[in-house]
Design a protein around this ligand. Structure first.
Ligand code: SF4
Ligand code: SF4
Length: 249
């Protein structure tokens, strides 16, 4: 089976949550308000084995996908989306945007349905669009491979972070187990600093200096109370971090 796809640069997929690699999250801390998304994946789902390997198991039947996230309300445009609907940072956009609509958190053979545009998306899947996927293979897999390599290399950090949280907070683990029972699985949004602390390469003071004003900017824009509260809480933490880490504390 062959699938065709071309992006018409309509910008419709450039809104709401955007999962990021850890490296992209750190690199774009001056641009995106950042969080960590925890999602449950049940045994039997196509992504289960890969999620167990790149994330971590919650139980024998549930795996956890843990990813840094540009944390925007569902209808809010990405801050890098220009007025003409194009990406203003095309040459440095996150890996996730380069791989779209494919996704390296699934096996290469399980990508076909991702090529069906969602409601209101103006992707071209007509006969004149280029072939991009054939017999379970991505025809140009360079970005997909790069995203998978990023997932593999950040997996030890993600596992150490996830393991620590589950072991140090039985209440949090119980909440994730409860969420996993929902028919469509569950999701949880957490602040990003504990994940960054597990990643040896992150300069926390520098990260906080770039992230704090972004969180304040999105707090001022937020009409949703949950988003506004999270932005405000995390901004206070980042403002503290930039002082303490800067002082060498
Ligand atoms: S970084 Fe660019 S391509 Fe990615 S979501 Fe934002 S505007 Fe769209
Ligand atoms: S919705 Fe489709 S056509 Fe529009 S920007 Fe996203 S990938 Fe491109």
């Amino acid at each position: 089976m062959e699938r065709r796809f071309a992006c018409t640069v309509c910008g419709k997929c450039c809104q709401g949550w955007l999962p990021l690699t850890l490296e992209d999250a750190v690199r774009h801390a001056h641009r995106f308000p950042l969080a960590v998304l925890w999602s449950t994946v049940r045994q039997g789902a196509k992504a289960f084995a890969l999620t167990e390997r790149l994330g971590l198991p919650l139980s024998k039947k549930v795996a956890l996908r843990i990813t840094p996230l540009s944390y925007l309300p569902p209808q809010q445009a990405c801050p890098a989306l220009a007025d003409d609907g194009k990406c203003a940072i095309h040459h440095e956009k996150p890996l996730r945007c380069r791989v779209m609509p494919f996704s390296a958190d699934r096996e290469e053979k399980d990508q076909a349905d991702l090529l069906i545009p969602r409601k209101d998306w103006l992707c071209d899947i007509s006969a004149v669009a280029p072939a991009v996927y054939r017999e379970g293979k991505i025809l140009d897999s360079r970005d997909f491979d790069a995203e998978r390599r990023a997932f593999e290399s950040q997996a030890p950090i993600v596992k150490a972070y996830g393991d620590f949280l589950l072991k140090s907070s039985p209440a949090f683990k119980a909440e994730m187990e409860k969420l996993a029972l929902r028919p469509g699985g569950g999701q949880m949004i957490l602040k990003i600093s504990p994940l960054l602390r597990k990643a040896g390469f992150v300069d926390l003071a520098d990260f906080a200096r770039r992230q704090a004003p972004v969180l304040r900017r999105f707090q001022a824009l937020a009409s949703d109370q949950d988003y506004a509260r999270n932005y405000a809480d995390w901004a206070v933490e980042m403002e503290g971090l930039q002082r303490n880490e800067g002082d060498g504390a």
